[in-house]
Write a new protein. Structure first.
Length: 190
């Protein structure tokens, strides 16, 4: 029984470790705009894996929703584009207002009852979460979002003034489940 307990405790510890951001550790694809400031998303189409591949786009959607209902922010045709994101709230419902430097237009994407959103890369027919999201150490609340395609080409987009949303409910659920298993296991033994 002790070995089973050890395995459960080790699995729980590893899960918790994966959820904590340490240095350049990966984070979950779930963000909010940091404070009251405007966030920026930048794609740089330059050789060497920066920007988006031909036919690809990068967008934002409601964390609990479907990327198909999201909004493309950047595409492969633009060399450098900066998109501003501002969270707006009205009677418990949230939207993300998007302004593009390319045409000075404003559009919104609905975020539902929480301000949380996620990013996607799309090839026009399918949607993909970033394969890696790492903190940019030199800038607070700045993130490098990477998607590595099947042919190992990387696309890189930078997002500034965003805060990742932790997953406390998931961690608490896992922790209480492990504790329950330990208690039940000890009672059966005794």
């Amino acid at each position: 029984m002790k070995s089973k307990c050890f395995v459960f405790i080790l699995a729980g510890f590893l899960f918790l470790l994966c959820q904590v951001q340490v240095g350049n550790a990966s984070v979950v694809n779930r963000f909010v705009v940091a404070g009251e400031s405007e966030s920026y998303v930048v794609a740089l189409n330059v050789p060497g894996g920066q920007g988006l591949l031909d036919g690809w786009s990068f967008g934002v959607y409601d964390y609990k929703g479907d990327p198909k209902d999201g909004l493309n922010l950047l595409n492969d045709k633009l060399g450098v584009q900066v998109t501003g994101l501002v969270r707006k709230e009205s009677e418990g419902s949230y939207v993300l207002e998007v302004s593009r430097n390319s045409d000075n237009s404003f559009v919104t994407v609905s975020l539902g009852d929480t301000p949380d959103f996620s990013f996607y890369f799309s090839d026009g027919s399918s949607y993909y979460s970033p394969t890696d999201i790492v903190a940019v150490e030199s800038v607070n609340n700045s993130w490098k979002l990477v998607y590595k395609s099947n042919d190992n080409q990387e696309m890189v987009v930078y997002a500034n003034y965003l805060k990742p949303v932790p997953l406390p409910a998931t961690i608490m659920l896992l922790g209480s489940s492990l504790m329950g298993l330990l208690i039940v296991g000890n009672r059966k033994k005794g």
